[in-house]
Design a protein around this ligand. Structure first.
Ligand code: IPM
Ligand code: MG
Length: 355
């Protein structure tokens, strides 16, 4: 099959981890006989430096013409420490999500047996955890109008807005995912306080009739924040709005002890985007020490979600598991064993796929 992949390495360690994913994707292409073409674009702080725009039109054109986007990371301390900066790398990310129609962010949490002891939770609570968040990504308070300040600058406001249609399309993805998994869907909202949340709950209740095989639970976001830590194994598929999802998926990412390993996908239209959930880690940039596995696993998600190639995805997961079992890992998880360089891990994974 022919596959056109847009590469957006971004900032910090982004270029290094993307380079390893490319090695792995090329190896998979060679092994399974796919014709893969890569095109690279600028996004984030590096795009601002080069063009003044964190998501230049040229980058959007590359993405829109591709089948899938592999994204590294964005962010630079020079912007984080300047709240008055007019152009910010994050604006590029939000505009990209909106322009590509990526309304669903899929963030799984699962455990790796060799790393589960690194979880901040007790082993028996977390061993075997396997749930996935479907976070709404192009609506809610991130995009709602009006937003801003009053004339004196002494009051600020953001607006949380959802249409029924936005809830329906996200919820359907959650229901369909639950049907393929353990058939449990949790709708996370704040329906005891917020009008938007009541629309979410009412809409999900209506849809539930179409998915009789899926058990639906409704929980308030504050309770979920607590229960994710207490009983993470109680969850299967969770659906939620943009801001709640932003917060809870960061919480979820540390539960398994493998924050550096968690991949994610953003779906919604023809072009799908895949990225590690970690950030740009500027302190490590250029040192060849960053852990590339989350990006490599994001490439595995790409094969599964963008190309419906389960075998290819599995081949990547298998070699990642092998690298963990054999200790071919970067310093963050080497635990006294040999610490491999980012590039060495990528080379090893690619060679194993072909081997
Ligand atoms: C994420 C990030 C972004 C978000 C930031 C960088 C704008 O935290 O992808 O979760 O809030 O969506
Ligand atoms: Mg976030």
């Amino acid at each position: 099959m022919e596959m056109n992949i847009a590469l957006l390495p971004g900032d910090g360690i982004g270029p290094e981890v993307i380079a390893q994913a490319v090695k792995v994707v090329k190896a998979v292409g060679q092994k399974f006989g796919h014709q893969i073409t890569f095109k690279e674009g600028l996004v984030g702080a590096c795009a601002i430096d080069a063009t003044g725009d964190p998501y230049p039109d040229a980058t959007h054109e590359i993405c829109a013409a591709s089948d899938a986007v592999l994204f590294g990371a964005i962010g630079d301390p020079k912007y984080d420490n300047d709240p008055k900066a007019k152009v910010r790398p994050e604006q590029g990310l939000l505009r990209m999500r909106q322009k590509l129609g990526l309304f669903a962010n899929v963030r799984p949490t699962f455990t790796f047996p060799s790393l589960v002891h690194k979880s901040p939770l007790k082993l028996e609570r977390v061993d075997g955890v396997d749930f996935v968040f479907f976070r709404e990504l192009t609506g809610g308070v991130y995009f709602g109008e009006p937003r801003g300040r009053n004339e004196q600058g002494t009051k600020a406001f953001d607006t949380n807005v959802y249409s029924k249609e936005e809830v329906v399309r996200l919820a359907r993805m959650g229901f369909e995912a639950a049907q393929k998994r353990r058939k449990l869907l949790t709708c996370v909202d704040k329906a005891n306080v917020m009008a938007t949340s009541r629309l979410w709950r009412e809409t999900v209740q209506e849809l539930a009739a179409e998915y009789p095989d899926v058990k639906v639970e409704y929980e308030f976001v504050d309770a979920v924040a607590m229960r994710l830590i207490q009983w993470p194994k109680a969850y299967d598929v969770l659906i939620t709005e943009n801001l709640f999802g932003d917060i809870l998926t960061d919480e979820a990412s540390v539960i398994s002890g493998s924050m550096g390993l968690m991949p994610s996908a953003s779906l919604g239209s023809k072009v799908k985007l895949f990225e590690p959930i970690h950030g740009s880690y500027p302190q490590a940039a250029g040192k060849d020490i960053a852990n590339p596995l989350a990006t490599v696993l994001s490439a595995a998600m790409m094969f599964e979600y963008a190309f419906d190639m389960k075998e290819e995805a599995q081949a990547i997961s298998d070699v990642v598991n092998l690298s963990l079992a054999e200790g071919v890992v970067t310093e963050d998880i080497a635990e006294g064993g040999k610490a491999y360089k980012t590039s060495e891990v990528g080379d090893w994974l690619a060679a194993k796929i072909l081997g």
